[in-house]
Design a binder for this molecule. Sequence first.
Ligand code: F6P
Length: 323
Amino acid sequence: MAKDAIAVLTSGGDAPGMNAAVRAVVRSGINKGFNVLGIKRGYRGLLKKDFVEMDLRSVTNILSLGGTILYTARSKEFQTPEGIQHAAQNCMDMGVKGVVVIGGDGSFRGARDLSERGIPCVGVPGTIDNDIACCDYTIGYDTCLNTIMDMVDRIRDTSESHDRCAVIEVMGRRAGYLALNAGIACGATSILIPEVEVDIEKHVIERMRKTQRTDKKHFIIIVAEGCGVDVHELAKHIQAETGVESRATVLGHTQRGGYPTVKDRVMATRMGNYAVKLLMNNIGNRVVAAQKEDVVDYDIFEALNMTKTIDMNLYNIAHEVSI
Ligand code: F6P
């Protein structure tokens, strides 16, 4: 008798550690007696029936790789009722009894829709933004933070040498977790995040003037992308208001690449393994979540309706000490 199959896909923006999760799903799935199929380019590949047989060796040496060997995409077609139905039918045609979806919120909405059409799906949180409400941490976040820290440290060397202000935009489409924690790790004078109403005069200019009076001559301002602030314009404004020569840097997609940290590899492995165990027990429509040191799971509907708030205490500490 043919073995049951499960499938795995990565969707949305790639994140370091996604490969570690793919590896864990493939190896754990095979261990539990499944055939494991990889789906290339997320839901777009699912619609095109772009399945590939995975075996134990197909995931050799990917643990340390950034990006995703399954490729990723954002599919508009999949978001239509016809698209979802078509995708569910493709799973049935391939004998797929469950799908592990590695991605962010948008990907989980797809997993919910597929689950509703009879294909049990389990979401594994993979996004550098760390913006999934039911999770303390998402795969890729730790690596991304370390990458930002490394790059801001380099920028600090040059801006300190020139007595300049470095205005640095970091990723985070809707959330300020990357900006806040990188800002703390890099000693930013000011951190602008979408969760706190942006007030350039109060949060940037006044703070800089205050520290200038203590003879501080170089500054780092971290701006989350989700604030919608143009860092080049902000740099000009700072220079005009404070007299400190300023330069803007958008870190951009350099933040998404690179080999994953220990934390991302370990957590991705644990979460991938956990997802397979859920599917093995015929449990779908769940999101795997990291909370403190534990791996737990939530109903997808519930997870998508939760809200995540920024730790204002952390925000206050950040500004209290960078003076
Ligand atoms: O969601 C992850 C993320 O890297 C965001 O921080 C960023 O806004 C977005 O993806 C960029 O997406 P793209 O690679 O499609 O430009």
